[in-house]
Ligand binder design. Structure first.
Ligand code: AMP
Ligand code: GLY
Length: 424
């Protein structure tokens, strides 16, 4: 079959790498892709949000399935766009329709969904410009720190953890009355702060049946020992030692099943990935957030651990028979170290020539923010490369990924040398 993958990051590189290995895949297209994805398929110069151009390309190239990498096209309704078109509606799209994508697209929607379905999550209340005074008063009744979340998509920047009441009230005002995060902060969720350790859990659902993919831990802060600004993710590890069978059973019983059943009960069709961001609070799972897509850089580690044919699993999602598909997971450990541009996550350097990828010994070099310039690969994004490896044990995986990351060079390059070492 011909598969069209949408997106251009490290997540999409890992998807492309895995899909290209499947005997079921005859042609893989990646729109728009990056300098690395052309190793696995054909890059197509169309933006993942240009639905009309994507639809036309799918028809012209006999595409049999569309896999959506990032959240933006899903939240904007790419799946609905296909379903509403006579010629496109028979092409399965992997990723939920707009309503299901609200699990990520609206924090208020996702909190209400969790409350309705008794899914453990932090207590919260939502406020708008009209209820600003109530919000300010509510803050004064809450403990510290307190979490403020812009309701809509804010490119990973919409969550603020405030340590004083004054700061929280100031931020709430700016979000609601000065559109600090644009439209995304026209509603703000005020949420109780959860103390614990984070875990990313991934569920693949055909709307009725589900499979739990390997879990992963993501490292969000720019600095070593989890310090400094939040990023899209600086590295990942899978499996996660504290996510043992007993903990994962609680996650399945209290979160995964109620989520899949809740979607069904509420008639929200959902064919795609559910990314559950969890906090492990002294052994009890609480949902921090849902995403309607896979994580990045978790996918880079997760794909390495899936031994089964990934296209077969995707077909199960499309056809509604995921229960008949096999998911075999490697017992080995995958680790990913992300190399970023100098200055990231602030203003960052661009157009730097990348060298040394040929010296990498036992890791995959998944491209993220890269482009070709003549024969050179240059940096174009904040997160530039994801260096991913699969080894017999966690120690070897962390060492290998870190050592291989250091074999690459470009002006201003930076990566964390402590990814995963907190888990040893
Ligand atoms: P999000 O953009 O929803 O992924 O949130 C960004 C980060 O903020 C999360 O990865 C957590 O580290 C942190 N965070 C979000 N909600 C909470 C919470 N209720 N308690 C503690 N930390 C949180
Ligand atoms: N790594 C976190 C995310 O993809 O949102």
């Amino acid at each position: 079959m011909n598969i069209l993958l949408l997106g251009s990051g490290g997540r999409e590189s890992a998807f492309a790498w895995k899909i290209a290995q499947s005997p079921k895949c005859s042609q893989l297209f990646i729109a728009p892709g990056n300098a690395g994805t052309s190793q696995y398929g054909k890059n197509v110069n169309i933006k993942a949000t240009d639905f009309k151009a994507i639809g036309q390309f799918a028809l012209d190239n006999a595409v049999d399935m569309v896999l959506v990498g990032p959240e933006e096209p899903l939240v904007k309704g790419i799946h609905d766009f296909f379903l509403a078109d006579e010629k496109l509606k028979s092409i399965p799209v992997i990723g939920p329709q707009q309503e299901g994508a609200q699990l990520e697209g609206s924090k208020d929607f996702s909190k209400e969904f969790m409350f309705r379905n008794n899914i453990p999550t932090a207590a919260s209340k939502t406020f708008t410009c009209d209820t600003l005074e109530d919000g300010l008063a509510y803050l004064a009744t809450q403990g510290l720190p307190i979490v403020l979340k812009a309701d809509g998509l804010a490119a990973g920047k919409g969550v603020l953890i405030c340590t004083t009441l004054q700061e929280a009230q100031q931020e709430l005002k700016e979000m609601l009355t000065e559109a600090k995060f644009g439209d995304a902060s026209s509603k703000v969720v005020i949420e109780q702060f959860l103390q614990g350790i984070e875990l990313s859990v991934f569920v693949m659902s055909d709307g009725v049946n589900y499979k739990v993919l390997p879990e992963a831990k993501d490292y969000k802060r720019i600095g070593e020992s989890d310090t400094g600004l939040n990023t899209g993710g600086m590295g990942s590890v899978s499996p996660v030692p504290f996510a043992d069978a007993a903990f994962m059973q609680k996650v399945t019983d209290r979160v995964i099943i109620p989520t899949v059943e809740g979607l069904k009960k509420e008639n929200i069709p959902y064919k795609g990935f559910i990314f559950i961001g969890l906090m492990n609070c002294e052994g009890e799972p609480f949902v921090i957030e849902y995403n309607c897509r896979m994580g990045d850089p978790e996918t880079e580690s997760v794909m390495l651990r899936i031994e089964s044919d990934f296209v077969d699993l995707l077909t199960g999602v499309a056809e509604g028979n995921l229960n008949e598909k096999e998911l075999v997971i490697s017992a080995k450990t995958a680790a990913t170290v992300v190399i970023v541009a100098g200055g990231y996550p602030g203003e960052y350097l661009k157009n730097k020539v990348i060298t040394g990828t040929e010296n990498v010994r036992d890791s995959h070099v998944f491209h993220a923010g890269t482009s070709m310039q003549g024969n050179d690969v240059i940096t174009t994004g904040g997160r530039v490369l994801a260096i991913s490896t699969l080894q017999d044990n966690i120690f070897d995986a962390l060492q290998q990924a870190t050592a291989d990351a250091s074999r690459i060079y470009y002006d201003g390059m930076y990566f964390r040398k402590d990814i995963g070492f907190d888990l040893l």
